[in-house]
Design a protein around this ligand. Structure first.
Ligand SMILES: [Zn+2]
Length: 436
């Protein structure tokens, strides 16, 4: 792998501010995402991916045709389909998509990022030079000490680093570059896909599975190295509206029903010592009242996140909210409470069952590299949860990132190199599927 070029790519990509803006109206939510997509489009074309395109929503798509073993050196009977310059892919087998997102989290600024490169990390805490109150501590970062001698990258402490997900983008781009430079390497056809506004929950709004045109997809948006996220939460949201009766307080006796009090009563009936994010971890789910939209005596509105790895349990969570609403209405005659459940996304494990090769081949690729993978679960959702639900099985793979969304974000270049090696091996494993 070209380690220096991977680093150079990553450092160049983080210079473009692609912070997602949840208050923006258009799509994508910030112009930097379009600019970054245009840059990648040019690079993909320069690498020889002739069909590379950026659509009106800023999504970048491209194809790297597959290449069978032994098609190079040139052989009259088996013309290689390697270049994107009109070459026909010789494959009838599966196409694999590799996907990353162009935007960064709005939680921390992504403008004017000044990356700090720590070669040969000596161990110990890392004080960030732009704001010395910010320290990446060994105590808070399990696994950091095991990276002594490696190359780490941080921001200067005043911004995030943007490795979520520009490490993923750089890894995919370097994988494509490496495969184009190595015609002897056999691999399946690859679809490259860069999405927008993942961080504000709109990563696949403007994307359909047919456009991607693959049997399986991998998002490069995961933690550290060698991890395969195979499960996410299943998620619904309850929108609870409290209808009161408003009247001037001077003449309110026996007539007013105060929605603020009604909502307060309701919230105290929700469990908080269990089934709450403050008390849950591992595989435990929760109900999380998280946002009150502007309201008053006449009406209040409350949003509650319902989460569990087992989608069937979401109905139990919704029932808790309904029971609480019924009890509150008995307490406040005249009040009316509506509980509306909105579907959000489903645990990707449900969809991965249909395509067991998705995870098995990712593990096989690691075995070929002499590594052991780790299956992990995400207490949240990914673009892959939604894509999997839409019928495209999409586990999430490591891309060397740590502490995303934070000024304390850091990445490990060596782990990023490992991800490039992983993708090359993965494309080889899937390519062999065509020969079976
Ligand atoms: Zn991400």
């Amino acid at each position: 792998m070209n380690r220096d070029r991977l680093l150079e790519r990553f450092l160049r990509y983080v210079q473009i501010d692609t912070t997602a803006r949840s208050d923006a109206e258009g799509y994508p939510s910030s112009p930097g995402q379009l600019e970054f997509g245009r840059l990648l489009l040019g690079e993909l074309q320069a690498l020889g991916l002739a069909d590379a395109s950026q659509n009106e929503h800023g999504i970048v798509l491209a194809t790297l045709p597959g290449r069978k073993k032994g098609t190079v050196p040139l052989c009259a009977q088996h013309p290689p389909g390697r270049s994107g310059k009109g070459g026909q892919s010789p494959f009838s087998g599966p196409t694999v998509a590799l996907c990353s997102h162009l935007d960064t989290s709005p939680e921390t600024s992504g403008a004017g990022i000044r990356p700090q490169i720590i070669e040969n990390y000596p161990g110990g805490d890392l004080v960030l030079p732009g704001d010395t109150s910010r320290v990446i501590r060994v105590a808070d970062n399990p696994g950091l000490e095991s990276l002594v001698g490696r190359t780490l990258i941080t921001s200067d402490g005043t911004t995030l680093l943007g490795a979520d997900d520009k490490a993923g983008v750089a890894i995919i781009m370097e994988t494509v570059a490496w495969l184009m430079e190595h015609p002897e390497a056999a691999h399946c056809p690859l679809r490259i896909c860069f999405t927008c506004d993942e961080e504000i929950g709109h990563g696949v709004d403007k994307l359909n599975v047919e456009q991607i045109g693959a049997t399986v997809c991998y998002t490069l948006d995961g933690h550290a190295s060698g991890e395969i996220d195979v499960e996410t939460f299943s998620a619904d949201q309850a929108v609870v509206t409290f209808h009161g009766v408003n009247i001037h307080p001077a003449i309110a006796k026996g007539r007013m029903v105060n929605a603020v009090r009604v909502m307060s009563d309701f919230v105290t009936r929700l469990p908080h010592n269990t089934l709450s994010p403050e008390t849950a971890d591992g595989r435990q789910g929760f109900l999380h009242p998280y946002e009150v939209t502007a309201g008053g005596v006449a009406e209040m509105k409350l949003k509650i996140l319902l989460r569990d790895f087992d989608a069937a349990k979401l109905e139990e969570r919704a029932e808790i909210a309904r029971q609480a609403a019924a009890a509150t209405m008995r307490e406040f005659p005249g009040a009316k409470i509506d509980v509306v459940i909105e579907r959000q996304y489903r645990n990707m494990a449900e969809g991965l069952v249909a395509e067991p090769r998705a995870v098995a081949y990712a593990e096989e690729a690691l075995r070929r590299l002499g590594r052991t993978g780790k299956r992990t679960i995400v207490r949240g959702g990914t673009d892959g949860s939604r894509l999997t639900e839409l019928g495209l099985p999409t586990p999430n793979l490591s891309c060397g990132d740590h502490n995303p969304h934070s000024p304390l974000e850091w990445a490990c270049l060596d782990e990023m190199v490992e991800s490039v090696e992983w993708l090359v091996a993965l494309a080889e494993v899937w390519g062999e599927d065509d020969e079976k």
